[in-house]
Design a protein around this ligand. Structure first.
Ligand SMILES: Nc1ncnc2c1ncn2[C@@H]1O[C@H](COP(=O)(O)OP(=O)(O)OP(=O)(O)O)[C@@H](O)[C@H]1O
Ligand SMILES: [Mg+2]
Length: 262
């Protein structure tokens, strides 16, 4: 069978949340088209509240879109078969605190069909990869924020997923740890697997992502190869060019809005 090139194919996604006692409507996504191709590392960027986590949760089947269509790995978001082929690093890891990192990772591996020696080997390998070997027998409740992020990454990687979805995996991780995570992403990419990542720490992504999509207030402002986004002049040396390109896109969108309103 020839593998499909589209890992994510989403069209016209609208998401309305109803909040508070009066069920006030918040539109988190305003008809977003989004795709991810096999083997790509895609960075999904945008200000707080722009809809990144909502879009990710729709792809995972954790949130139902109000309208629009979406397929992931050729199936429906949330289908068991699809879930077993992807890894998810949640934005706020909320693991049962009494589990140790090893138990957490092994439990997740079991859910994805691993068992016996293979499960133990994979769990040990990913805990080593994320730098948690020494702390692996301690309950997660006593972990620092960055250690929790690392545990989240380990559970997402244990079953060698085809598609890794990471919602702010660099939040709370020290700079050296962030570099290690970027190296892990790079290794996954060289393995021709697919990654979708959100992050407010943009600089570290510059060398590792192929494409950048930027959301603002639930709308997609831009979706381009990173090399094209970083083209042009006027960037300040000694500062991440991707970070500057990102700010430029947001500034231009804000300027356009002011002009349109005036
Ligand atoms: N469960 C929810 N109930 C009500 N509103 C929600 C819910 N989840 C998200 N929202 C709203 O949807 C919008 C988009 O939120 P979302 O979490 O997707 O943004 P984000 O881009 O991930 O932000 P951040 O960078 O802060 O993580 C926000 O206005 C948020 O308040
Ligand atoms: Mg978020």
């Amino acid at each position: 069978m020839i593998p499909a090139t589209e890992v994510v194919e989403a069209r016209g996604l609208i998401k309305d949340y109803a909040t508070g006692l009066t069920a006030q409507k918040v539109r988190a996504l305003h008809g977003v088209d989004f795709h991810v191709r096999r083997g790509e590392v895609v960075a999904l960027l945008g200000p707080n509240g722009s809809g990144k986590s909502t879009l990710i949760k729709i792809l995972l089947g954790l949130v139902r879109p109000t309208s629009g269509s979406c397929s992931v790995l050729g199936g429906k978001p949330g289908d068991i078969g699809v879930r077993a082929r992807l890894g998810y690093v949640p934005d706020t890891p909320d693991f049962p605190g009494y589990l140790t990192a090893r138990e957490l990772v092994e439990f997740h591996g079991q859910l994805c069909g691993l068992s016996g020696e293979k499960l133990r080997q994979r769990a040990a390998a990913v805990l080593e990869l994320v730098g948690l070997t020494a702390a692996a027998s301690r309950p997660v409740a006593g972990y620092s924020r960055g250690m929790r992020q690392r545990a989240g990454l380990a559970q997402a990687l244990v079953h060698e997923p085809e598609f890794l979805v990471m919602d702010e995996p660099l939040a709370g991780v020290d700079p050296h740890g962030a570099e290690e995570i970027v190296r892990i992403i790079d290794a996954i990419r060289r393995d021709r697997r697919t990654v979708l990542i959100t992050s407010h720490l943009i600089g570290p992504l510059e060398t590792v992502c192929d494409r950048v999509a930027i959301l603002a207030a639930g709308r997609k402002l831009c979706d381009e190869p990173v090399s094209r986004l970083m083209l042009g002049d006027g960037f300040t040396p000694n500062r991440s060019v991707l970070e500057q390109a990102y700010c430029r896109v947001l500034d231009e969108a804000a300027r356009k809005e002011v002009v349109e309103k005036s």
